[in-house]
Design a protein around this ligand. Structure first.
Ligand code: CU
Length: 321
């Protein structure tokens, strides 16, 4: 939205408030060049309003929010329709997006005889999906933590003072390396670590965490005495409602070289209130990579920016919100 153009249009609409549609003299005369937009919208909203609920009372004409949630392994449809005047390089953090179709047409591969093959999707796997003016695309997205190189479910062995069911959860790789119904034995779809990337099962992250997760990993998290986490980071590298009981650093009870200069503390990490207490999801920024477009009238953060949350399966995602 260009403020100048918008103000002129508003002034003319206000001055012609008694117009009727059939009156040929009732029209707007607003020059639309030069065009210097300062507000950048998705579904008629910008960050942070973008993440409020659908049909929020304060946005009666903007029913669609921009705040996707998913559990690991679930598939999320991304639908983009370019309604503005510029192209927007949109980046979905967390994984690439498989393009399914453009302008309503599935992008299909071909059979050996050259006919369209309805069983073969041939769309690109894209790091960055461009929203192009006057064009639309659909893409499919999922996140499963593959390649993190630690166990984000916070599995651990032995007694668990927190009554955590993860302590006894197995992970059996299916043909693609995940714990799913095609694993043998099959994962129950209700398993809290359904779709876990089994290669990282039980792999510890921290040297000596205080929480109910395994130690002996390579990392020491920064002390909350000297480091403040940013908004939306739940404060720990683990999923789930008891994630803040885990992994706050460093453990004074286990002194060692890795802890020597780390500011021993029993404080929880900062910003553990960042997303709801029963959620503690991983927040990934989905945003325009034209960075002025993630401001609102030049104030960051704003504009075409939202957070996608990967939630533990302990957290029920309310699709009506
Ligand atoms: Cu990005």
């Amino acid at each position: 939205m260009d403020t100048n153009i918008h103000r002129q249009a508003l002034a003319q609409v206000t001055a012609k408030a008694n117009c009727v549609v059939t009156d040929p003299t009732c029209k707007l005369e607003v020059p639309t060049e030069p065009y210097h937009p300062a507000y950048f919208l998705i579904n008629g909203r910008s960050m942070p309003d973008l993440m409020d609920a659908n049909f929020g009372a304060e946005y009666p004409h903007q029913p669609y929010n921009g705040n996707p949630h998913m559990h690991p392994g679930e598939q999320v449809l991304v639908r983009s329709i370019g309604q503005g005047r510029w192209q927007h390089p949109f980046h979905e953090h967390g994984n690439h997006v498989r393009i399914l179709g453009r302008d309503g047409n599935l992008i299909l591969g071909t059979t050996l005889l050259g006919a369209p093959d309805p069983n073969s999707l041939a769309g690109l796997l894209m790091f960055n999906t461009d929203t192009t003016l006057g064009q639309a695309f659909e893409g499919i997205f999922y996140w499963a933590g593959r390649g993190l190189n630690w166990d984000p479910y916070g599995h651990h062995t032995g007694a668990d003072a927190f009554g955590d069911p993860l302590a006894v959860q197995p992970c059996v790789a299916d043909a693609n390396g995940y714990y799913t119904v095609t694993s043998s034995p099959a994962a129950p779809p209700s398993a809290i670590n359904y779709y876990e990337w089994c290669q990282d099962h039980n792999k510890p992250l921290e040297v000596a965490p205080l929480g109910d997760v395994a130690g002996g990993g390579p990392a020491t998290l920064p002390s909350p005495n000297i480091f403040t986490n940013g908004a939306w980071y739940g404060g720990t590298p683990y999923l789930g409602p008891d994630a803040t009981l885990r992994a706050f650093a460093p453990n004074c009870a286990t002194p060692g070289p890795a802890n020597a200069n780390a500011g021993c503390t029993s404080l929880q990490p900062s910003n553990t209130q960042a997303n709801p207490a029963n959620e503690r999801g991983f927040a990934f920024m989905w945003h325009s990579h034209n960075e002025r477009e993630i401001t609102t009238n030049n104030v960051f953060p704003g504009g075409m920016l939202m957070m996608m949350l990967v939630d533990s399966r302990e957290f029920v995602i309310d699709e009506s919100m």
